[in-house]
Write a protein that binds this ligand. Sequence first.
Ligand SMILES: Nc1ncnc2c1ncn2[C@@H]1O[C@H](COP(=O)(O)OP(=O)(O)OP(=O)(O)O)[C@@H](O)[C@H]1O
Length: 308
Amino acid sequence: MIELHGFGKDYGDFTAVKSLDLKIEAGETFGFIGPNGAGKSTSIRFLATLLKPTRGGGSVAGHSVTADPVAVRQAVGYMPDNFGVYDGMKVWEFLDFFAVAYRIGRSQRKQIIGEVLELLDLTHKRDDFVNGLSRGMKQRLCLAKTLVHDPPVLILDEPASGLDPRARVEVKALLKELRRMGKTILISSHILTELADCCTSIGILERGQLLMHGPINEVYRQIRRNRIVEIQFYENRDAGLSILRSCEALQGLEIEPTRVVAELATDDAGLADLLEQLIREGVRMKSFNDKDPTLEDVFMTVTKGLVT
Ligand SMILES: Nc1ncnc2c1ncn2[C@@H]1O[C@H](COP(=O)(O)OP(=O)(O)OP(=O)(O)O)[C@@H](O)[C@H]1O
């Protein structure tokens, strides 16, 4: 649904994006992660037909971004990182303005605006002035305007930036709802945890280069060389600790009053064997938890160049 082929962009002598290859399948929610200045907005602006590439190209919904930008705009709902709302305009007028721009007929517009306001939970703000809305509401309105022409693809540049925790949660819930509706979503953020539970795949960008991308579980698996297991003993803690210490796969052990964290160079079968041994030797545990790495772990490992 979204493809980049050797996309690159120079600003004068400065290379913002070197050569980016990316493929996002229909129905995916793809998280584009990278620190400030990594080149996320540059790549996104290209896909939204707002920027000419220096090298390479790409396509959205089967249309070439450079050869057929009008078809791409029809297929894309784009939310920029810095959006403006117009003074003196009411919420419904703002949406109507974009609906007209997408050449949606007068008879359909009222219904579509009603549906979009409903979806974004903005119906009660229909007749409010846009510039009087809170930041969270403005952000939601901006998301609403990306939906008026019912595009199959949404490209959202930092849609949750500057929002308070409640508004962030609401944006994430909306993204999940949009995915359920079958939209393909590209969403950028430099806040890793923001994307962790709403993306099906991620790409990590640093200094204009994609360091890693793929389904979120696969990316986790690739960097997961060692397993981190958190154990809470209930009885026979000393026996449990001695089993852990004699385990060949043990790479590290943190002993805390209420829990023990073991780092083990092993796989699922190795963990199952260890658990079985602990139980067999009479160690009772409240929990034996194979911890998933967080997106921060992934990011730090990848950007340290530990993964090639
Ligand atoms: N119009 C421009 N002229 C010159 N340099 C630019 C221009 N736009 C972006 N850059 C530079 O290109 C690099 C990539 O910028 P870009 O905005 O794509 O990064 P980003 O990953 O979106 O960062 P952020 O999270 O801060 O938005 C940065 O070093 C930026 O300063």
